[in-house]
Design a binder for this molecule. Sequence first.
Ligand code: NDP
Ligand code: MG
Length: 384
Amino acid sequence: MAKKVAILGATGSVGTQSLDVARRHGYEIPLLSAHRNVDALERAVREFSPKFVAVTDTTAAKALRVAIADTPCQIFSGEDGLLEAIGKCGDGTTFVNAILGEAGLSPSLAVVEKGERLALANKETLVCAGAHVMARAKEQGAELLPVDSEHSAIFQCLHAGEKREVKRVLLTASGGPFYGKGREELRAVSLADVLRHPTWNMGRKITVDSATMMNKGFEIIEAVHLFGLDEKQIEVLVHRESIIHSAVEYIDNTIIAELSVPDMRACVQYAVDYPNRMMASIAPLDLFSVGSLTFLKADADTFTPLTLAREAVKLGGAMGAVLNAADEVAVQRHLSGEISFLSIFDLLEYTFARMTPYASGEKTYDEIRAYAKEARDIATTYTP
Ligand code: NDP
Ligand code: MG
């Protein structure tokens, strides 16, 4: 029987790669979602004939209703519509969450509450509310499988030993376009420079986050929650070639690493088909053409988001959500030309410091959402 795979955020970078995996492996798609890209969604609906489609932007939902009026596909509109559509998918559905930003959090929770498998690309789910989501997943018997390439690698490497035998995790980072530069050199970088990622082709938001290394900071938080690690057990290893996707060091000082060409389709496929391995959707890795692999230290003094992320873990509560909210605003403001690249760092530090006295310590899910909103407001009005 075909595997049932719902794809949330189907029009994005990870979403379209997920559709490609579905195409190659003949998954059945009960549900597709997007925010407002009606054209891409219409094409996907016509190709994959999902029973349900959810469009979170209500105006776009109306446009899609007209565009696919000749199909039997049922349309759900708005954020609540997406949650309702998730609820309607049958038992045994795997949900790929490739939505961008905090908007992916409540859909993730809806999947977890249903007790189904969540193939998670949306790292913001764990950055914002990792403790809550992991606890609910355990209670509901929902499987949470990472799609983020580093976490997919760590997950695979963890099969080589027991949890108590893990010494630490080596979280690899490409270093982004500005590795080796100091703060002064970052003052003059252009948006085109920022968007020129050396190894991965991704959405614009995460590409900016790779340049500031906020992405790696978020991935530290993600790993802490996913694998129950202490922040100190996670070392960032700059590895410019993006061939080793991360590694686990055991107490016997053996390091197990995962290597493949950088291609998110491998990660989506692994999360959907786990514990099985299916025929590749990606090219084989030719180690002879790679030649050598290099490793460098991360510069957390210049790329301060790395330190902010570790602080967020230590402070707990809503601080991950605060950092994420501030970053969503900062990147948006940078992409629209409103603030410089370096101002992203300043905005993050400012918002983080302002929120620390209130948002640290144990918090409920609702409090986390409220503090995130407050952080968003502070970040929006911040003037460099
Ligand atoms: P994109 O911006 O390319 O795509 C985002 C998707 O989410 C689109 O389908 C978009 O719909 C939808 N979306 C945007 N805003 C909302 C909203 N408010 N409500 C519901 N849906 C929304 O992002 P990426 O694919 O790059 O990233 C997606 C997630 O995967 C992120 O969490 C990212 O960190 C993570 N990730 C991405 C990697 C990559 O290679 N790109 C690698 C590892 C992790 P629409 O097109 O209609 O706007
Ligand atoms: Mg990653």
